[in-house]
Design a binder for this molecule. Sequence first.
Ligand code: 7PJ
Length: 272
Amino acid sequence: MSGPIEERFPRPSVMGVVNVTPDSFSDGGVNFRTADAVASARRMAEEGAAIVDVGGESTRPGAESVPLDEELKRVVPVLEELGGAVPVSIDTAKAEVARRAIDLGAELVNDVTALRGDPELAEIVASSGAYLCLMHMQGEPRTMQVDPTYEDVAAEVASFLEERLAFAVGAGIPEERICLDPGFGFGKTVEQNFELLARLDEIAALGRPVLVGLSRKRSLGRILGDPDATTGPLSASLAAAVEAYERGAAIFRVHDVREHVEALTVAAAVPR
Ligand code: 7PJ
């Protein structure tokens, strides 16, 4: 496989989101049909996405988990039809889904459980040489927004990611193939998300590329004044992405690829 993840995804790189699900919070159902997911993936690549993250299990707050056969039924036809023509990441916590996806050309495994979900996933990643994203989450999707609690959110997320990085390396996954993600919205209040964004440099200081998913997240809608928002607008997503870039983020997981590529290209053109 290719070289270190920081060479494959220079700062800033954009990862397009293709949820092959009926119920994701932000693009609820638009890519549930194979043909729609494939068309979205191709369009995102044309718009400048470095990779497209294909997922068959929604992890939005409150979501129930999806059985293996259903998850495979959602993502395998999409990967088959893309046929390696678009660089793909697989958004899954399941070893069997990752294995099939890697066989079909997936380059990166995006595991929101950070190798805590399926005990066999680490070996699949290690033996295939795929890239890996380790994400922080407090609790589990079904209940994670009930009462997230931290003494020091940035310090706790950093130490969690440091521990999961050591675990992954111990399982035989080279450090140079791993990126880290603070998991915005995964068991965090609005205030905790913004504190984490302010202190993202502390996550970057762990020495691995930082991936962020802020796109359309509910905290953005809530900051804009709607206390019941379940999503946030594009304008707010772009502001959050640029703020994250300023603090060292490298890879941006987004729904609106063209706009993020443009905003981040401008941010990156500012000499520093
Ligand atoms: C994230 C994710 C994120 C990573 C989702 C959505 C909600 N994976 N999967 N980071 N969010 N690595 O589709 O935006 O923030 S699900």
